[in-house]
Design a protein around this ligand. Structure first.
Ligand code: ZN
Ligand code: ZN
Length: 351
């Protein structure tokens, strides 16, 4: 076996250590709560049953969303974003960067691609040999391009992107609720053990640590959950929060902002009953997204960029007015542009 292959296998194995650690903590918390708290410590039967029911509801939702985040394969660009054979051969033979860009520009003309590199070039991944769709980035850990990549998360050993971002946000929500339920129900026994109103026994160690670990877990997941709710509300990925996407007219951190409600719908779907379950309901195919600049003429786009989303722009197509089911498809944004439909409404700007 080649040394590089062995190294790669070792690295892949090591990447699972944080997931293993989290699962050991979850497994121990389950044992400590069910056996040490509910079976050995709680004297009242009604209290025990109510705790067990509530605990299991949140435990189930938490582990369901966690494993969906882990097991969802990050989706990459479709074949439509690969260079056609003739162009690919030309691109590979060509050594001059500017000619290579011309080839890419020609290919990208037929694709719903509106973002550029900071230098204004078409975004192309040499590793995967694809034109990168908007919001798509190459993950060096997964060694592939990932649609609407948010970040690579070591705690799930997976890329968080278009295919599992909803699951990830729900995982943070249910992790917070799970640890909040544990903290709220364990605290009275924590105090009783701490003040020696309950005798020292094998349950004491578990109850004391269970409360401390649950509180720490709750604080850390809550802060992450609030941050991601903020990102969803702004329609930004973590990557875009640090580096604004660049459009042909320049960088704009609010380039994908629609309105608060539409931003949530884009991630969680248009059926609110499905929002709380880790089942796929995000809108679109992850290859193209409505941007607030592509339907505006260049002068207006410049004005928006200069004001950086601080005021409204008249005369632009309002993305939120478009139909949810069609606005995210590759062809629809082209249709809207080609069709020349201009709706004279005030464009939503960042509050
Ligand atoms: Zn790539
Ligand atoms: Zn990754």
């Amino acid at each position: 076996m080649a040394p590089s292959h062995t190294m790669r296998c070792c690295k892949k194995g090591l990447n699972w250590i944080p997931v293993l650690f989290i699962n050991l903590v979850i497994g121990w918390s389950y044992y400590a709560y069910i056996v040490e708290l509910c079976v050995y410590t709680i004297p009242d039967n009604a209290e025990r049953i109510s705790y067990l029911v509530v605990f299991h509801i949140f435990f189930f939702m938490f582990t369901w969303s966690y494993w969906k985040t882990i097991c969802s394969r990050p989706e990459g660009p479709s074949k439509a974003f690969c260079l056609p054979k003739a162009e690919k051969e030309l691109y590979e033979k060509e050594e001059r960067a500017e000619i290579q860009q011309e080839i890419l520009k020609k290919v990208a003309m037929n694709l719903p691609v509106y973002t550029r590199t900071p230098g204004g070039a078409i975004r192309y991944c040499d590793h995967c040999q694809v034109v990168k769709p908007d919001r798509c980035h190459h993950c060096s850990t997964c060694e592939r391009c990932v649609l609407k990549m948010d970040h690579h998360c070591p705690w799930v050993n997976n890329c968080v992107g278009f295919s599992n971002y909803k699951y990830f946000v729900l995982f943070l929500a249910y992790a917070t609720l799970y640890s909040a339920v544990i903290s709220a129900t364990v605290i009275q026994y924590f105090i009783k053990f701490w003040t020696k109103r309950l005798p020292d026994n094998h349950a004491k160690f578990h109850i004391l640590f269970l409360f401390i670990v649950a509180v720490m877990f709750c604080i850390s997941t809550l802060s992450l959950f609030i941050y991601h709710l903020w990102l969803v509300g702004k329609n930004r990925t973590t990557i875009e929060a640090f580096r604004a996407p660049v459009f042909s007219s320049g960088p704009d951190k609010n380039g994908f902002y629609l309105d608060f409600s539409q931003n949530f719908t884009e991630v969680f779907g248009d059926q609110k009953t499905r929002w709380v379950f880790p089942i796929f309901s995000s809108l679109g195919d992850g290859h193209s997204f409505v941007t607030r600049l592509v339907h505006i003429d260049p002068e207006q786009a410049n004005a928006v960029l200069q004001q950086n989303g601080k005021s409204s722009v008249e005369g632009a197509t309002n993305p939120s007015a478009l139909d949810n089911n069609t606005q995210h498809t590759a062809d629809s944004s082209k249709e809207k542009t080609d069709g020349g439909q201009t709706v004279s409404v005030t464009m939503e700007s960042e509050p």
